[in-house]
Design a protein around this ligand. Sequence first.
Ligand SMILES: CC(C)(COP(=O)(O)OP(=O)(O)OC[C@H]1O[C@@H](n2cnc3c(N)ncnc32)[C@H](O)[C@@H]1OP(=O)(O)O)[C@@H](O)C(=O)NCCC(=O)NCCS
Length: 409
Amino acid sequence: MDKALDGVRILDMTHVQAGPSATQLMAWLGADVIKVELPGRGDITRSQLRDVPNADSLYFTMLNSNKRSLTLNMKTPEGKALLEDLVQRCDVLVENFGPGVLDRAGFDWERLQTLNPRLIYASIKGFGPGPYADCKAYENVAQCMGGAASTTGTAEGAPTVTGAQIGDSGTGVHCVVGILAALLHREHSGRGQRVEVAMQDSVLNLCRVKLRDQQRLAAGPMREYPNKAFGDFVPRAGNASGGGQPGAALRCAPGGANDYVYVIVQPQGWEPLMRLCGREDLITHAQFATPEARLKCLDECFSIIEKWTRTRTKFEVMDALNEVDVPCGPILSMKDLIEDKSLYERGYLVELDHPERGQYVQLGCPITLSASPVEVERSPLLGEHTEEILDWLGRTPAQIEALRAAGAV
Ligand SMILES: CC(C)(COP(=O)(O)OP(=O)(O)OC[C@H]1O[C@@H](n2cnc3c(N)ncnc32)[C@H](O)[C@@H]1OP(=O)(O)O)[C@@H](O)C(=O)NCCC(=O)NCCS
C-alpha cells in the first residue's frame, strides 16, 4: 500500500523538539526526510539526557524515527553548494534555527525561491513579527508567553508549566498543517510558499478557552472556577474543568500519588452518580438537583462523590462510572502507560532495536490512515546516510572523500 506522503522529499534542518516532531510526523506519513546535521556533533539532543553512555539519547531517538541523516556544514563553501543541490531537489525545507540563522548562512527566502520556485519553506520560531521576533525560545518560554503557565496550577501556587509539550510538539503539529496545506496549494498554483509558525501563537491557540474566559470575566466571577476571589485576569483554576461541564480529580484507594480519577458531571450524570454514592436523597434535593444549583456548591458536590471514589481503585471507579455513562478518566502514570499491553497490541507503542542502545520503546504515529499504514523505524545514527545521499546528488567517491577532508560533511 502507498504511504500518504510517498514522493514528498523533505530537507529537514530542524533540531531539539519543535521541528523534529513535525518532520517525524511527515516521515511516518511516508515522506523521505533527510535530516541535515552538523558534522561531528549532530542534533544537540543526541547527547542530551543520555541514559546509555555514548549512545544516542532517548530524547533524540523518540523524535527522529523514520528519517535519514546527512552531515553537512552549511558554513563551508562545499557545504553551501551541497545545500543548494538539496534545495533544488526537495519539496519542503523545514527549519527551527534561532532567528536569522539561515539568512546569515546565505539562504534567505528570496534565494531559496530562486533556487527552487516549487519549494515550501517552513520555519518555526519562538515568536511572530513584533517585539520578540529576534528572541530564541524553548518549550517553557512558549508556555509562559502563550498563556499556559499563568492559567495552570492552583490559585495559591506559582505559575506552572504543563507536562504536555504544547510549545514544541504542539507547534510541530501546527507546522505540519501549514506544510500539507502548502503542498496541496502547490498542486494547482505550481508554486511553493513560505510557512511560518510561532510557538507563542501555537500555545495561545491551544489555550484559547482561557482567552474566552478572559472575556467572560467582564460578566463577573466564573462559577465553574474554584477560585474565591477574581482579579482582572483569568486565574489558575487547579483541576477545574475548562469546559461547560464541571469536573474534578478525586482521590481513590489505596491513596498513592496517582490514585485519582477525573470525574465529569454532565446534567444527566448527577442522578446515576448519586445512586452509586448511595445518596438518592440528593437527586431531587433543591441544593443539588439542577446544574445551576450545583454550580453554587461544586466543592460539596465533588466531596460527596469523593467519599465513594475513595473506597475503590481508580480502575474500579472507571468501570462503575462507564456502566452508567458518566465520563471519567483515571490518572495514568507514565509507568501505567508504558506497561499498557493494549497500546502495543494496536501498534501505538512499538519496541525497536537500535544498534547502539539496544531495544527501546517508541511512540508510533498518533494518526491512522486506512490506506496508508505507518511502519515505525528507528532513528538514524549521525551521518548514517551521508554517502548514499551524496551519491544520489551525483558526487563520486573521490569527491565524497574530498568533502570529508574539507569538513563539509
Ligand atoms: C532552540 C534554540 C533556542 C537553540 O539555540 P542555539 O542552540 O543557539 O541554536 P541556533 O539555532 O541559534 O544555531 C546555532 C548555530 O549553529 C549553527 N549550525 C546549526 N546547524 C549547522 C550546520 N549544519 N552547519 C553549520 N552551522 C550550523 C547555526 O548556523 C548557528 O550559528 P550562527 O549563530 O553563527 O549563525 C534556537 O534554535 C531557537 O530559538 N529556535 C527557534 C525556536 C524553537 O524551535 N525552539 C524550540 C526548540 S525545541
